[in-house]
Design a protein around this ligand. Structure first.
Ligand SMILES: CCCCCCCCCCCCC[C@@H](O)CC(=O)SCCNC(=O)CCNC(=O)[C@H](O)C(C)(C)COP(=O)(O)OP(=O)(O)OC[C@H]1O[C@@H](n2cnc3c(N)ncnc32)[C@H](O)[C@@H]1OP(=O)(O)O
Length: 357
């Protein structure tokens, strides 16, 4: 003898939900044609382990595809209505079958269901809007970084190429007028580089603020104070070495970032960006230290930038003493950034290796 399980139901505008009270249901067979659903399965119901079945003639047609999920305790069935809308009752006959009852866990009346639809719609719209905003921000950020890196790349390339060509044409003589020919562009690029500290501070790029601050402050101190502030420094060959070492890394670093803006990379460029700083950085710091040492007598003599002290003490601190302290900071800065760059290099190549496997 076949038995009928207990069936609970609820509806939405789009779907009908059936919950069949059958434990350990096996051999589930659900057939849907027009507005009739036939269910057959073996399992443990109100009358113990048995074969259970039921037939429902829905109020309106439903789609033939049925989805169901069987758990240890019950079988959940979802049937989609052919035409979305609210049904007055589940089945055609006015007297509901005895095995059928409302599923109060999922029960909603028509207005609640409409509210649910509206809430879902609003949630979807909010999600879409925030995704739109996020995409807009990402493309704005990418565009901004790309333009910034492009401008720096062009600036430093101009410096590097100009200095190289002048070295070939004028030989040693070109070492003496680097400041006059190149400084305007270097002032421009290094002033713009302050943006890199802001990028790090506001999280626009994933890097630490301190290494960037050390880098930018360190270079700008040399450029604006030592070279820019002391006229006697303008003709020193050390300007050539400092500018050449600075620009030699930047012509690789900025294009590396430009490609990164489009999640692209060129292996040789990545290797150069994360390798040539190794010889360049110490040489750069040594060249900067030479420049500082050369400027000390001029600061001492002219008392330029001397720090005034209160009248009671009656004198001022000569800026040349600040420069001695700066020489120590220069080498501490070198150690700090060398370690930072070494870590960045390891992180970059380690990630690449992991990606390769
Ligand atoms: C606090 C007061 C300080 C007082 C200081 C006094 C002491 C001063 C001592 C200073 C010594 C300076 C000496 C120096 O002037 C000598 C020279 O420069 S010689 C020439 C050789 N120099 C170099 O090689 C250094 C070049 N510069 C740099 O590498 C950076 O400026 C540095 C901050 C040092 C390191 O860069 P960063 O931390 O950004 O590493 P990454 O390149 O690996 O980038 C990390 C991630 O951020 C993304 N990023 C970074 N910038 C950009 C950008 N502009 N556009 C797009 N994306 C960017 C990058 O792609 C990485 O992303 P991901 O993690 O996804 O890979």
């Amino acid at each position: 003898m076949t038995l009928t399980p207990l069936v609970y139901w609820a509806q939405r505008h789009k779907d009908v939900y059936l919950r069949v009270e059958l434990t350990d249901a096996k051999n589930i067979n659900i057939l849907v044609r027009e507005n009739v659903l036939l269910f057959q399965a073996q399992g443990v119901g109100a009358k113990g382990q048995n074969e259970y079945e039921f037939r429902l003639e829905f109020l309106s047609s439903v789609k033939p595809e049925v989805s169901y999920r069987s758990t240890q305790r019950l079988v959940n069935i979802t049937v989609e209505k052919e035409q979305h809308g609210w049904w007055d009752r589940l089945v055609v006959q006015e007297r509901k079958p005895v095995f059928l009852a409302p599923d109060f866990d999922r029960w909603l009346d028509e207005s609640d269901a409409e509210m649910e639809i509206r809430e879902k719609e609003e949630k979807r719209n909010r999600l879409k809007a925030s995704r739109h905003k996020e995409e807009g921000f990402v493309s704005l950020k990418t565009g901004y970084l790309f333009v910034y890196n492009l401008v720096q790349f062009l600036g430093f390339s101009w410096i590097f190429v100009n200095m190289t060509v002048r070295l070939f044409i004028f030989g040693q003589d070109s070492l003496y007028d680097t400041f006059h020919t190149i400084s305007d562009m270097m002032f421009f690029c290094q002033s713009l580089a302050v943006v890199e500290v802001l990028n790090a501070a506001f999280g626009i790029v994933r890097t630490g603020v301190v290494p960037t601050l050390i880098q930018v402050v360190g270079r700008n101190f040399i450029l604006f104070v030592i070279f820019g502030g002391v006229e006697e420094m303008h003709n020193q060959p050390v300007v050539f070495f400092v500018f050449y070492l600075w620009s030699a890394i930047e012509i690789f670093r900025y294009p590396f970032y430009m490609l990164g803006c489009f999640n692209t990379e060129w292996k040789t460029l990545t290797w150069l960006r994360y390798t040539i700083w190794m010889p360049l950085y110490p040489f750069g710091v040594v060249a900067e230290a030479v420049a500082v040492i050369q400027s000390i007598p001029h600061f001492y003599k002219t008392e330029l930038l001397s720090i005034p002290l209160p009248k009671a003490i009656g004198t001022s601190i000569n800026f040349s003493y600040v420069l001695y302290v700066y020489l120590v900071l220069l080498f501490l800065g070198l150690l700090f950034n060398f370690r930072h760059l070494y870590k960045q290099r390891k992180r970059c190549f380690r990630t690449k290796k992991r990606k390769a496997y």
